[in-house]
Design a binder for this molecule. Sequence first.
Ligand code: ISE
Length: 341
Amino acid sequence: MANQDLRVGIIGVGMMGADHAERVVHRTAGARLVAVSDPDTARAEALAAGFDGVRTITDPLALIADDEVDAVIIASPGFVHEEQVSACLERGKFALCEKPLTMDAESALRLVEAEARLERPLIQVGFMRRFDPEYAAMKELLDGGELGRTLVVHNVHRNKAVPPSFRSEMIVRDSLVHEVDVCRWLFGEEIDEITVLAPAPTSAAAEGVLDPQVAIFRMAGGGMATTEVFVNCQVGYEVRCEAVAERGNVTIGLGQSVFVRQDGRYGGDVPDDFRSRFGRAYDLELQAWADATRRGEVVGPTAWDGYAASAVCEAGMESLASGRPVTVGLVDRASVVGATR
Ligand code: ISE
């Protein structure tokens, strides 16, 4: 496949899937969008009509099985991920699955085990922040060792507003899940324990929704991380991360790329949502996925990363309900995936 275009099918063409469709068509070298699937067939047809040579296939499992589809981007809701990722594994097709990998640790682990039985990785999970140039530079600096051991990581994750259907647990499973992955990746360690607390909620939150939330992670090697997640902050999309190491600290997300002074004031724009803030990260993520898939490899976050994140979030939701720290009970990694991945 290395010399041919990767023929990509996308399942789910809501906000993220439609964004990826445009990205595959216009900004991913060596990849070609050939099919899309969505329960809202009118939406799928309207999207396909905007591009040349893109078919709609109503049944997502038929899209996965289609001979003209080499690899699949899964951007459907999390509750159908297990079935769709399993079908990709059964057909031996590479999949880039948007986060969360599945809705709970048990089903995510089933996918890790099914992939391990194939003895070749096929799944990448869409934790795009690992491809963001600022996060990547931070990781490189910390791994370089000059700053010494990383002691604490502080995160801020704010969305301008979310619909009333975005409940307290979703703040953990859909939003905090990014910091779960970022902290596992930056420290290079699992999260052993999580506490999620909530102050008195903002008046902008829907009835009964605990927003903002503050999470504390205890890392397996003794480090700690704090995260404020605030999904109705009203201002715009803000993601910041500061890593404090023994001989220095690194901060990303200050958003100072374009800084204007005018009429006695100074400042810049706050991005509206994650598609603009992480647009470059998504582009790099898809390019890396397409390149690796054509080589027959997986780069970036693995099925294990998806499982570990689901397990931490499950413990986080329990902690949010009880107000107490909850231990994350991961299965032994080597016994499932071997020592290599
Ligand atoms: C959304 O699903 C994302 O993945 C965004 O990155 C995050 O900021 C947002 O809170 C989630 O709802």
